[in-house]
Every structure is written in C-alpha cells, then in structure tokens.
Design a binder for this molecule. Structure first.
Ligand SMILES: [Cu+2]
Length: 126
C-alpha cells in the first residue's frame, strides 16, 4: 500500500516537473538582415550564449532566425535585442505576411546584394 502511494507520488512529481519544463517553451521567428553563412553562424553562436535560448536556426536564404526559448527566462524583445547587439536588424514575425519586410526596408543596411528591390531599380542587369 505504502509502496503504491510512493510510486504515485513519484509519478505525480514527474508529471509536474515535465509540465513545468515543457509548458513555457515557445518559438519565435525573427526576420533579420543577415546575408551569408557567417552571419547565420554568428547569430546562432551568439544566441547559444544568450540566457533562455534552447535552440536557434538561422536560415540564410530567408534571413529568418527561428528560435526556441524558455519563456520563463527570456522573451521576444530580449531575443531581438540580443540579435540587434550582434549588429543585425530584427523584426519579430507575427504572420507570414510580415515575412517580406527585411533588410530592404532598413536604412542601415549597406550590403547591396542583400536588397533585391533596390538593386533592380539602380542596376537591372546582373
Ligand atoms: Cu554575412
């Protein structure tokens, strides 16, 4: 009988721990102006050192950084700030409609290859 109760208590503790750790993991996609593999690596490496980040994946072609994070330790604005500190623009993507906004709307961007719209305007030939 006592053994059964102990087992139940242990099981309950496991469930509580699992819920507590899993419940606050969130994911966010952040549009940045990264433009190559070394930018992506720099952001991923930097985020690895940032508190509350579980995983991060920076995609070079879409310039989107997808981050899994612990919502108890950090939040979207803190993650954005961390990426900004590394020298990149950030924009938290709320919907897919926002995904078009990127480096091209940012005046600080000096890399011309990064911005197709402007490049087409000034130099249509490639
Ligand atoms: Cu780069």
């Amino acid at each position: 009988m006592t053994g059964k109760i102990i087992k139940l208590v242990i099981a309950a503790l496991f469930v509580v721990t699992f819920v507590a750790t899993a419940a606050n993991n969130k994911e966010v996609s952040i549009q940045t102006n990264l433009h190559c593999g070394s930018c992506a690596a720099k952001i991923e490496k930097g985020l690895k050192k940032t508190s509350g980040i579980i995983t991060s994946k920076a995609d070079v072609s879409s310039k989107v950084v997808t981050i899994k994070y612990d919502a108890d330790k950090t939040d979207e604005s803190k993650i954005s700030a961390a990426i900004s500190k590394m020298g990149y623009t950030t924009e938290v993507m709320k919907t897919t409609a926002d995904s078009k906004k990127s480096c091209c709307t940012d005046k600080k961007v000096t890399d011309k290859d990064c911005c197709d719209t402007k490049a087409t305007k000034s130099a249509p030939k490639k």
